[in-house]
Write a protein that binds this ligand. Structure first.
Ligand code: FAD
Length: 321
């Protein structure tokens, strides 16, 4: 019998939103294929009750020092062991930084077919197939996953969260006596306290060369604070040292799919678009009505960001509480 296993990604003791999205897609696929849905949870037994409405029949838990910090080797070994017990043939993760890494480690370990940054699952396809953007989002590739084992990593903010009726999945502790880890993460150093991750945020407000410098980014940050949004940036702004790399959106930065993306003083290069093209609604603020971003935006405001953004902040603050 086959089955689908989802990785429960956590951050600072909390279940990440991408896990609920992955579980939603997993539950739909499990229903279509008529197979059970399970989950793997590392060092987070207290989170089990929160997973009760995501459609899992079993939750495999791996605890102990080896799983305290993310380790591709340890996590993939435990994920594979859970897969063996569950007879899983499809493994789902979120295409976050860690999710991509884990997917690759797991696929190598299982000699599985791998698709990363998937934006659509073709639920009825046989063999299973998915859609993923390629060439910086210029093309969408339909990828058929052949072979027995399949690892699929889903782009955050694309798949809906669909909660199931509350249930009590069976909890199965994994015992991994022979775990051999060659490289271990000793310490994770946070970039900055309280900074929202662009890949998780529902609203992202990004600044580019048009901000003119770090002082210009203050205007962007003010609006972001008022809307509970994350601050993004073009590569130029990062290369100039106006903002840290962790904020960069694009081909060589992060891929975001927020509900609302506001591009301020960004021309809209293909490399930038590769990171934000799947945003649900795009607003562009640019002095140049011919800038490429203006043609791609749902709403284009021709104007100086230093005049437009403060007005936008004032007006939006009246409706966003
Ligand atoms: P510009 O293209 O210079 O645009 C600035 C815009 O601001 C202009 O449209 C201008 O009209 C407008 N403007 C100026 N003043 C104002 C004002 N006061 N108010 C409003 N608008 C104003 N780029 C990324 O962003 N992310 C990536 O990950 C990335 N990866 C890359 C990878 C490779 C291999 C390469 C070759 C390039 C990559 N780039 C990436 C760079 C990319 O090609 C562009 O150079 C970059 O995106 C341009 O940034 P920008 O839009 O901020 O600057």
């Amino acid at each position: 019998m086959a089955g689908i296993l989802v990785w429960v990604e956590t951050s600072e003791g909390k279940i990440r939103k991408i896990t609920r999205e992955t579980a939603g897609a997993g539950a739909k696929l499990a229903e279509k294929l008529g197979v059970p849905l399970g989950a793997v949870l590392f060092n987070g037994r207290d989170l089990v009750p929160e997973l009760g409405n995501l459609g899992f029949s079993k939750i495999y838990t791996a605890d102990g020092p080896a799983f305290e910090k993310y380790s591709g080797e340890a996590y993939a070994e435990a994920f594979a062991a859970a897969g063996k017990q569950f007879s899983a043939d499809v493994f789902l993760t979120g295409a976050t930084a860690l999710g991509r890494d884990l997917s690759a480690c797991l696929a190598a370990r299982l000699d599985a077919a791998l698709a990363i940054d998937v934006t659509e699952i073709l639920y009825d396809a046989k063999p299973l197939a998915v859609i993923r953007p390629v060439y910086s989002g210029k093309l969408l590739a339909e990828v058929e996953l052949q072979g027995e084992m399949k690892v699929i990593s889903l782009r955050p903010n694309v798949f809906p969260v669909t909660e199931k009726p509350a249930a009590s999945p069976e909890v199965v502790p994994l015992s991994l006596e022979t775990l051999s880890i060659r490289a271990q993460v000793r310490k994770a150093i946070k970039a900055a306290e309280g900074v929202m991750d662009v890949t998780e945020a529902a609203i992202v407000i990004s600044g580019g060369r048009g901000t003119g410098g770090p002082a210009g980014f203050k205007v962007i940050e003010d609006l972001a604070r008022a809307l509970g949004a994350a601050v993004g940036a073009s590569r130029v702004a990062v290369d100039e040292g106006w903002i840290e790399y962790s904020h960069q959106v694009g081909q060589t930065g992060k891929v975001v799919s927020p509900v609302l993306y506001i591009a301020c003083g960004i021309s809209g290069s293909t490399q930038h678009f590769a990171g934000m093209g799947s945003s649900k609604f795009i607003i562009a603020i640019n002095t140049d009505s011919d800038a490429p971003i203006m043609g791609k935006a749902d709403f284009a405001i021709v104007g100086d960001l230093f005049k437009v953004v403060p007005v936008l902040k004032e007006e939006l603050s009246k409706v966003v509480k």
